[in-house]
Ligand binder design. Sequence first.
Ligand SMILES: Cc1ncc(C[n+]2csc(CCOP(=O)(O)OP(=O)(O)O)c2C)c(N)n1
Ligand SMILES: [Mg+2]
Length: 322
Amino acid sequence: MTMNKENMLWMYSMMSTIRRFEEQARRETDAGKLRSIHSSVGQEAVPTGISAHLRDDDFVLGNHRSHHHCIAKGVDLNEMMAELFGKSTGTNNGKGGTMHIADINKGMLGANGVVGSNIPVATGVALSAKVRGTDQVSVVFFGDGASSQGVLHESMNLASIWKLPVLFVCENNRYAESTPFEFTVAGGSVSNRAAGYDIPGVTVDGQSALEVFEVAGEAVGRARRGEGPTLIEAQTYRYGGHFAADNPLAYRSEEEQKYYMDRDCIIQLGAHLIEHGFAGEEDLQKLDEEALAAVAESVRFADASPFPEPEDLLTDVYNNYP
Ligand SMILES: Cc1ncc(C[n+]2csc(CCOP(=O)(O)OP(=O)(O)O)c2C)c(N)n1
Ligand SMILES: [Mg+2]
């Protein structure tokens, strides 16, 4: 898929929706409606640029910070907010919460609170697509902290040997909780590790939706053609703390934060759209307003929904899909 006005506007609208959803989820957390969230504010461009190339029948697996992965893959905002609130109308009937959102119909196979755990699952999903003879693609998002887990290396090895249609996408936001990237990742690069498994390893500016879109197009095309996996290191930044109550200034500087916030993914894409005549200020404002309205509606929906009943506790324990 080549870049055009339509998919650039889709990406702008998607990133704006993710940002508003996260900001609202934070307000709801502060109001005590949910316990905590791991916000993806600042990292919106990564799943947006990648999901622009994905179909509903492709697969995404996430981690503990996955609201942006879910929204970009098309999971319904109302059901997501309801899931955050623990309501029975949520994606997982209120029994998963922020870290376990899944929607099989949209190919979102799940966020996951165990760091690194979805990397081998995504590899198995890719194996399934290959065995079934489809051209479906599997994408797993994980952090710089997870990149040193052994499962990434085992998964990249098998995926390379078996030419599996999987994208390993590391969102390098420079920190694992409060630990800087430089303290944990030898060699100063995640993408370099691909060389050991004879697969492409690409570093991309994760604050540029346009660059992520280009890199993802290559990787998804390669996977669909049966040419195997790609490791993408998207260099990005989380604007807030590790989770809602964390104060990031305890371990990083205001100057550093400003450097990344000045290169904000939404502002950058908006400026590009205006500069090249693809949109006017008022068009972008309209998209922002639509995003705000959709998020407000999700809160109304979630508030009006009931909590699960105690007798629902043992339903949905096993999934009989398909
Ligand atoms: C196996 C495992 N170890 C430790 C934790 C605690 N933990 C939760 S998030 C996190 C940091 C993950 O950092 P990174 O992979 O960079 O993702 P980010 O939070 O930056 O998105 C840790 C250590 C966990 N959930 N699972
Ligand atoms: Mg990190």
